[in-house]
Design a protein. Structure first.
Length: 507
């Protein structure tokens, strides 16, 4: 039986709300920019490669620094680092909003990512350090509701803002909201103590970010080049080399940002792996939905964002019950059931065609959302239940890192797979290779305008084939993850061993 930890300083509901609000900003900005890309391209003249960098610069900065920042906060206190992150997020958002050049926007997005690493990496640690371990599932369930629902709502919010106020409003709206988070946190967060000793170097984070950047370049190149070509292999091999250097550096470091002993503690490695698979499926699905619904089904940006709310609604209603389900049934069986349900939703989406109805999209995303709403919070709570005040920051950061890496993989891998299948179908149907770049994103409207109705219909069918294959692969990976969870996750609920006053959603 796992011993319950002593609860740290209690924090009020208003502070919990402000921390959750900060998490909303971080999660929204990971996906909200997608629907703004066409407007950004028109005004700043960005190339297709630069457009991809605009999206992943935020994610790579967040993924590369979330662990060292979390470990650093364990050594100096979490409150000052959280406040610094809020201010950095304000500065990055403002610079995004006034950007006059694509590279300025890319740099600003990276600054946003650094600030987001502070906010995302520390908020969950602050919360879980304030409650008894037996209450962690309820806290994590609430937190996962906020995180996933906000990320899923990104395209919807972005579509409304871009349509009504222009693409710059997507970033400017963050400024007053992040300032509000800063002011509330500065006034109400407890002045916590140091939780660990030693130094937390940032060189390892830079190595990790470099490895992720190289991996992204390689996977993106696979859309248009053979997998064994130098264009694909060189960045992927470089990513592996840099990652090996990162691991060696960490193993030799006296103050590593990754606590290797912690990673050996079952079932933490399993929970991180499962979270990667689940988040990969979610990120890839929502990204493809944004492109498919607008470019193939002809939805407006606002309508395309609206249909993704079906997943958010499912998560908002189901996730709060995940902690109670875990408290009764343990983790293994609910995670398996949830992943199977998510796989069913992905298979519904794999049936999409150019003439599919809006309801098929809504139903598929809703079913997927129900499954993930059960699985993800339970997987996260299992990890956080292994934490102590000394390791809560590192484990919280590890969960954030796993989610970000999965987001990068979901967008690049599933996107690359979709494009490759679509181009193969396009070529097999006799399509004009000069239109490959448009086929790769399913831009049926422009293809029809340039090459006629027959070419437009072939492009729509080709891109639909790519989306179908991508969702089928995601469904298979999700089922595999469920089987692993059944084998490796706890079969019984964790019971409190000491009497601690209740707090959180279950109180």
């Amino acid at each position: 039986m796992v011993e319950a930890k002593d609860a740290g300083p209690k924090i009020g509901g208003f502070v919990v709300a402000s921390l959750a609000f900060g998490q909303v900003l971080v999660s929204l900005d990971a996906s909200v920019v997608n629907v703004a890309l066409p407007s950004i391209q028109n005004e700043l003249g960005s190339t297709s490669g630069q457009m991809q960098i605009i999206v992943v610069a935020y994610m790579i900065a967040l993924a590369g620094l979330i662990l060292p920042i979390s470990a650093f906060s364990d050594r100096v206190g979490r409150k000052p680092i959280y406040l610094f992150g809020a201010l950095l997020f304000v500065a990055g958002s403002a610079l995004c909003g006034i950007s006059w050049d694509t590279w300025i926007l890319i740099a600003a997005r990276a600054i946003q990512g650094v600030g987001a690493a502070c906010l995302m990496g520390l908020a969950l640690a602050i919360l879980t350090d304030s409650v008894d371990r037996s209450r962690v599932p309820g806290v994590v369930a609430m937190w996962t509701t906020v995180t996933i629902a906000a990320g899923a709502a990104g395209p919807f919010v972005g579509g409304l803002l871009v349509t009504g106020l222009g693409w710059r409003s997507v970033f400017f709206i963050n400024v007053p909201l992040a300032l509000f988070v800063f002011l509330v946190a500065a006034r109400a967060l407890p002045n916590d103590r140091k939780h660990a000793e030693g130094k937390a170097g940032f060189g390892a984070g830079i190595l990790l970010a470099a490895a992720l950047a190289a991996m992204t370049l390689g996977l993106t190149a696979a859309e248009r080049a053979p997998w064994l070509s130098a264009e694909v292999l060189v960045p992927l091999v470089l990513a592996v080399i840099v990652f090996i250097v990162f691991v060696v550096q960490q193993r030799r470091s006296t103050s590593p940002m990754i606590q290797w002993g912690m990673l050996k503690k079952s079932p933490l490695p399993v929970t991180l792996g499962l979270l990667v698979l689940l988040s990969l499926a979610l990120a890839g699905a929502l990204y493809q939905m944004s492109l498919f619904t607008q470019n193939v089904l002809g939805f407006t940006a606002a309508l395309a964002g609206t249909v993704t709310l079906s997943a958010s609604i499912a998560m908002a209603f189901i996730t709060p019950f995940a902690g109670k389900i875990q408290g009764v049934m343990g983790a293994a069986v609910p995670v398996l059931v949830g992943m199977i349900v998510a796989a069913v939703g992905l298979q519904v989406l794999a049936r999409l065609a150019p003439d599919s109805s809006t309801w098929l999209v809504v139903v598929g995303l809703f079913i997927m959302g129900v499954g993930l709403a059960v699985s993800i919070p339970i997987v996260q709570s299992v990890a956080m239940q292994q934490s102590t005040p000394q390791t809560a920051g590192a484990i919280s950061g590890s969960l954030g890192l796993a989610s970000q890496v999965a987001g990068i993989l979901g967008i690049t891998f599933i996107g690359s797979l979709t494009t490759r299948v679509a181009l193969d179908q396009w070529a097999a149907g006799g399509g004009d290779s000069s239109l490959d770049s448009l086929v790769g994103v399913g831009d049926v409207k422009d293809i029809t305008a340039q090459a006629g109705d027959a070419a437009g219909q072939l492009a729509a069918l080709s891109y639909s084939s790519g989306v179908d294959v991508a969702f089928t692969v995601a469904a298979v990976l999700t089922v595999i993850a469920g089987i692993i969870g059944l084998i490796a996750l706890p079969k019984r609920p964790i019971k409190p061993s000491i009497d601690v006053p209740a707090m959180g959603p279950e109180a």
